[in-house]
Design a protein around this ligand. Structure first.
Ligand SMILES: [Zn+2]
Length: 179
């Protein structure tokens, strides 16, 4: 059963499709037009709720990196960049953390990805712990020891302790030198 997000009436009728092809409804009680995304966390998001949720499960539950989630979705014919996956994780991290109440762990991961912002290549560094909490992110022109140090410091400041280990495949030597 479909309810109107404004007046909660169930006197709604189908009203064609919206621009993206989602079923649109109209409330006969108050006249509001809406889709299943209206007034939800998914409104104004490009991809369907199910794809976003699936990507978030891969990342948070199965600890897949943004790149791996992107690769997996691409192999299913869904063209989602790792930057988009990162944006989903950032958008939903507070929501997910506040529901699951997972404590911060002392084993951290650092994920580096290259992204293009206004035609300029940027390095995106993200630190998350083994419970899937995102601890800090940083976008910079160059990947230097200083940038890595700063993204780690930001995470330490957030959780209030230093990690037992930070793991990251591509940049281990740099981390080892920077902390
Ligand atoms: Zn209504």
């Amino acid at each position: 059963m479909v309810f109107c997000p404004r007046c909660h009436s169930n006197l709604v009728k189908r009203n064609g499709l919206d621009r993206k092809g989602y079923q649109r409804y109209m409330c006969t009680s108050c006249g509001k037009q809406f889709t299943s995304k209206t007034d939800t966390y998914f409104s104004k998001m490009r991809f369907p709720n199910t794809i976003i949720t699936f990507g978030l499960i891969l990342h948070y539950r199965y600890k897949k990196t943004y790149r791996d989630v992107s690769k997996y979705l691409k192999s299913c014919g869904i063209d989602v960049s790792h930057v988009t996956v990162h944006n989903w994780a950032r958008k939903f991290s507070y929501f997910i953390n506040s529901y699951t109440l997972r404590p911060h762990s002392d084993t951290w991961y650092i994920n580096e990805s290259i992204t293009v912002v206004n035609g300029e290549k940027k390095h995106l560094l993200t630190i998350y712990d083994s419970n899937g909490n995102i601890l800090s992110t940083r976008l910079s022109k160059k990947k230097t020891n200083k940038q890595i140090e700063e993204v780690i410091k930001k995470a330490v400041k957030l959780v209030g302790f230093t990690p037992k280990a930070i793991m990251g495949t591509q940049i281990e030597p740099l981390i080892a030198r920077s902390i």
